[in-house]
Design a protein around this ligand. Structure first.
Ligand code: SF4
Length: 272
């Protein structure tokens, strides 16, 4: 597949492109299956990934109306129990909000492509719109790191650009929007990002520029930043080592965590 044939872009594929064009090529154009275990210790990480995925499902079930007690019975590991209790503590009154859109999908044309995002939850309470994203990270990332991630940029910008149907046909003002990362292991310390018209313009310009670059690209260089390779599943293709980094010793711990940050956006993306 060539870049001009690739129709769907997402925060994950754009983040890959920004981090390493070669990774973008291998993953989305060549569609190579992950050839190496992503990091050590493998079993523990796999378990954490599965629990993270299951936690997202529990919350989604709760938000579509399954009683909390019933959901609680399904939280059958120590991690899941703790996360679910934390969630209940913080979001017991969430259903009193005006309108909730769990697992909402928004999309919009972006150059020759289509930009797609799946949100854990969009909550609309009169004039205030909150994007919630549940994170089961083992470490609380710095806000500076989060604010630069493509997810933070794409989710807010796309809600302005393509969310009018959630607002009686009228586009949301960027100033109405806040994005909240809620951490299941750090419930008292969510990361909040408000939004402005200037940020929206900056973000959308960047997204359009990236989409154009991707359309016209004929060469996908390996990143110069070798720390990106430490946990990259394609290390063996690039001769950048075939042993995964140890997640406890990484300089780039958060990016490693992100590999295990299974959410509906990523699950959906595997299928396209
Ligand atoms: S191993 Fe490094 S250079 Fe190769 S795709 Fe991964 S991040 Fe890019």
């Amino acid at each position: 597949m060539t870049a001009s044939q690739l129709t769907i872009l997402s925060q994950t594929s754009l983040q890959d492109y920004v981090d390493c064009p070669r990774r973008f090529q291998l993953r989305y154009l060549d569609r190579l299956a992950y050839p190496a275990v992503e990091s050590e210790p493998t079993l523990e990480n796999e378990r954490h990934q599965q629990e993270g995925e299951f936690f997202h499902r529990l919350v989604q079930q709760y938000l579509i109306g399954i009683p909390a007690k019933q959901i609680g019975n399904l939280a059958n590991t120590i991690n899941l129990q703790r996360w679910w209790e934390n969630f209940q503590q913080d979001f017991r009154s969430l259903k009193d909000f005006g309108s909730l859109y769990p697992e909402a999908t928004l999309s919009s044309p972006l150059g020759n492509h289509r930009l797609l995002a799946k949100y854990d939850l969009i909550a609309i309470d009169q004039e205030k719109i909150t994007i919630y994203d549940w994170k089961t990270y083992r470490k609380r990332p710095r806000n500076e790191w989060l604010s630069g991630r493509m997810q933070t940029r794409v989710y807010r910008a796309l809600l302005v650009h393509a969310g009018a149907h959630l607002n009686n046909g009228q586009a949301f003002e960027p100033e109405q929007i806040e994005m909240v990362y809620w951490f299941s292991d750090f419930p008292n310390d969510p990361a909040r990002f408000s939004y402005t018209s200037a940020q929206f313009k900056r973000d959308w310009d960047l997204l359009a520029k990236l989409a154009e670059e991707i359309t016209n690209a004929s060469y996908y260089p390996l990143t110069d930043d070798r720390t990106k390779c430490l946990f990259c599943p394609y290390r063996s293709y690039c001769e950048r080592g075939d042993r995964a980094g140890d997640i406890d010793q990484a300089e780039v711990e958060m990016e490693a965590e992100e590999l295990f940050d299974v959410n509906f956006e990523q699950i959906g993306e595997i299928a396209f």
